[in-house]
Design a protein around this ligand. Structure first.
Ligand SMILES: Cc1ncc(COP(=O)(O)O)c(C=O)c1O
Length: 505
């Protein structure tokens, strides 16, 4: 594809970019090197506010994108970034534009760009050792690996889960969790961990046939859910056709995720009925689907699929049904995990009487994997759940530094507080501009907030021209995914820009 076509391909994001920022941003436009604003967390760190100097992409970015497109597909490019100049909540581009970033690399930056504590962690000998002597963790784990896990990933293990399988990315975390579920279920059916595989199982496995390959078991997921794009995880992803077209998929069941009506307090009965119906559908699929599920996978808040929420009662019901039928519950916390909902794990909001069987994580953790507690979820033989790297010690060390900083700065509580503040401001906006901030959701869920706008794509483009980088999800949601160092002053700035967008129409 030519560079010209690539640039046209990104036209939507760029078309509305204006050469001049609006007047009210003029006063904020000169800060690129100084002045630095006081951050409540790190002194003299962040810019005072956004600075939009050119259209986005500006001339330098356009030239660089054209060059990049000769060797790398740029059609999904959102913003060419200068990471060396991005600081805290602010993302910079090669033309000197600096935007408040409430998208944060698809919800995956926890502590801000160029965080000083993480930069220091990156310079440690331990980290250098992890990067340049990267181990094949299953075969040659470092002597200190247990300590790294216990003082990092496992320090924040969800209640009731005390073990981890480390992985590379969110899809990989889910994919390996599914494999653990299949092996667990087949092991039970076989009669336990010590029962040997039969000749027939081993031969049929080599031909991709049952009984060796588990073609008679499935994973149940929810409509509009997203769990990744590897083969197995993609079969459970139900967000958009473009994610799935042309890829072989398993014939696995999907249940309706509750489509709650807003505002919640005005639809209590109706929403309870919607959730009951969804749970009945899950139970029916578990008991009647022609390929029975051995696990149900669910996001606490369906993120890519449009920021769809359900109540704690729904998830408690799901836990009850899965336990009743001996089906595992996998909670996919890839996007919701690590503090953004005002609890470290979003499922902490549910008050579950029994923990999930597995919890998958990635994104803000920077590393990935799944937590579990039941020792039977370790396959009966080595090398059944295995790959070369099985994660990455450098990324595990980074997560440990992130956890320490979250604890030191009390960032989960902070996010809960700032989220409440932001939600209150958005409620006021929704009232003032009917039809523009529809189905406002995420109350009491930290900064994990979204709303629908009828002109969502234009909305996001316009936000950039006014100095804010925001993402969308599903068909019409504007999703807010600030970092954990997002403060009230950033919320004020964001709300100011959101109002300007809808006022300009
Ligand atoms: C809930 C959820 N699960 C899984 C994934 C897949 O993660 P990755 O893109 O790291 O493979 C994502 C990515 O957005 C996600 O939001």
């Amino acid at each position: 594809m030519s560079a010209c076509r690539a640039l046209r391909g990104n036209a939507l994001l760029r078309a509305a970019a204006v050469a001049r920022p609006i007047a009210s941003l003029e006063s904020r436009r000169t800060f690129t090197a100084t002045p630095r604003a006081m951050s409540s967390f790190y002194k003299g760190w962040e810019p005072e506010g956004p600075s939009v100097k050119t259209q986005i992409p500006g001339p330098k970015a356009q030239a660089a994108i054209a060059d990049l497109d000769t060797v790398f597909d740029t059609r999904s490019l959102n913003m060419l970034t200068d990471y060396s100049k991005s600081v805290g909540n602010y993302i910079a581009d090669p033309d000197g534009n600096v935007l408040l970033d409430v998208y944060a690399q698809i919800a995956s930056i926890p502590l801000g760009y160029n965080n000083p504590t993480l930069r220091a962690a990156a310079r440690s000998n331990e980290m250098i050792n992890g990067i340049i002597n990267r181990p094949a963790l299953g075969n040659f784990p470092p002597a200190e690996w247990a300590e790294v896990l216990k003082s990092g990933i496992l320090k924040v293990a969800p209640k009731g889960l005390n073990q981890v399988f480390t992985a590379m990315a969110g899809s990989d975390a889910n994919e390996t969790a599914y494999k653990a579920a299949f092996m667990w279920r087949r092991q039970r059916e076989r009669g336990g961990a010590s029962v040997e595989f039969t000749e027939e199982e081993m031969n049929s496995a080599m031909n991709n046939q049952s009984p060796g390959a588990s073609q008679n078991l499935s994973i149940l997921s929810f409509k509009t859910g997203f769990h990744g794009r590897l083969f197995g995880s993609l079969s459970t992803t139900r967000s958009k056709p473009i994610h799935k077209l042309d890829i072989p998929a398993f014939d696995w069941p999907q249940a309706t995720f509750p489509q709650l009506k807003y505002p919640l307090d005005q639809h209590v009965e109706e929403n309870a009925a919607i959730e009951r119906a969804a749970l009945e559908e899950v139970e029916k699929l578990i008991t009647t689907y022609h390929i029975p599920p051995c696990a149900v996978v669910v996001e606490p808040i369906q993120s890519e699929g449009g920021d769809n929420h359900a109540t704690p009662a729904f998830f408690r019901g799901l836990r009850e049904i899965t336990r009743k039928h001996g089906v595992l519950l996998i909670v996919d916390e890839v996007q919701t995990g690590v503090g953004a909902t005002g609890r470290f794990w979003a499922h902490d909001h549910w008050d579950l009487p029994h923990p999930p069987d597995m919890v998958t994580f990635s994104k803000k953790a920077q590393t990935a994997g799944y937590y579990f507690g039941n020792p039977e979820l370790r396959p009966n033989k080595p090398y059944r759940q295995f790959n070369t790297w099985m994660g990455d010690p450098a990324r595990a060390l980074l997560f440990r530094a992130i956890i320490d900083e979250i604890e030191k700065l009390d960032l989960v509580k902070h996010t809960a507080r700032v989220g409440d503040y932001l939600f209150g401001k958005l409620e006021a906006l929704a009232e003032k501009y009917p039809g523009q901030f529809n189905n406002l959701r995420g109350k009491g869920q930290g900064t994990f907030i979204a709303f629908d706008n009828p002109r969502r794509d234009e909305f996001l483009v316009k936000a950039k021209t006014l100095g804010v980088n925001i993402g969308g999800s599903g068909q019409s949601a504007v999703r807010l995914r600030p970092m954990l160092i997002f403060e009230e002053k950033h919320a004020d700035l964001l709300v100011d820009v959101l109002e300007k967008i809808v006022k300009s129409w």
